[in-house]
Design a protein around this ligand. Structure first.
Ligand SMILES: [Mg+2]
Length: 212
């Protein structure tokens, strides 16, 4: 069973869809594009976000988009919250000495602030933020922390997370708590497709009790 868990952040451990949608629409309106509603955004948004913006706002410099996005995100009044079952899962891991990490595309300063505001820092051995293309660092994480790939899973809510897990040779766990619909994730054949982190915890618990 898994001794090491690498978590995506948005849509996996925290719910930031509200402010993310608000900030994306602020960037869109700045460039004269029609805003998206929640459902449209969940269908169309994808990582690496550079590709999403190139498709919807072709030719606009990524640095400019990021600048406006971060400002609108910081100004949003919609709160970012810890997803149900996320903290419980992290505490459960800590009690069993399962090593936990974060790998997220969120820019470093926003992520660091959320980590402290939500009192989540204590659960992680190391965090990797501001990673636009997670495939580029997944193997580095394994080697930096000497994580055995067959004992490691990467949990995330987007296609890019499934692709990254496969690229790193670790188990891919797709979660339905975030930005992507079930059928989209299913099509990319993750090793596990789970409703939420409670389901994942139950699966691990059953496996562990079966071992004893
Ligand atoms: Mg995510």
């Amino acid at each position: 069973m898994y001794q090491n868990l690498i978590f995506d952040w948005s849509g996996t451990l925290v719910d930031d869809l509200g402010p993310t949608l608000e900030a994306t629409n602020a960037v869109f309106s700045l460039h004269g594009r029609t805003p998206m509603d929640r459902d449209e955004f969940r269908r169309l948004f994808r990582l690496p976000y550079s590709e999403f913006y190139e498709e919807h706002l072709p030719g606009v410099r990524l640095e400019d988009l990021e600048h406006h996005f971060r400002r609108a995100f910081a100004e949003s009044q919609v709160p970012v919250t810890v997803l149900p079952h996320a903290r419980e899962k992290l505490i459960w891991c800590r009690e069993r000495e399962i090593r936990c990490f974060v790998l997220t595309s969120m820019d470093r300063s926003t992520f660091e602030k959320q980590l402290d505001d939500l009192d989540m820092r204590v659960y992680f051995e190391a965090t990797y933020s501001g990673i636009v293309d997670k495939r580029e660092v997944i193997r580095e994480i394994l080697s930096n922390h000497q994580l055995h790939a067959p004992a490691t899973a990467f949990l995330g809510d987007m296609i890019h997370d499934v692709v990254t897990a496969k690229h790193g040779g670790v188990t891919s766990v797709a979660l339905l708590t975030g930005y992507t619909h079930r059928e989209v994730l299913e099509a990319h054949e993750p090793d596990w497709l789970m409703a939420d982190l409670a389901e994942f915890r139950t699966m691990m618990e059953q496996h562990l009790s079966g071992q004893s």
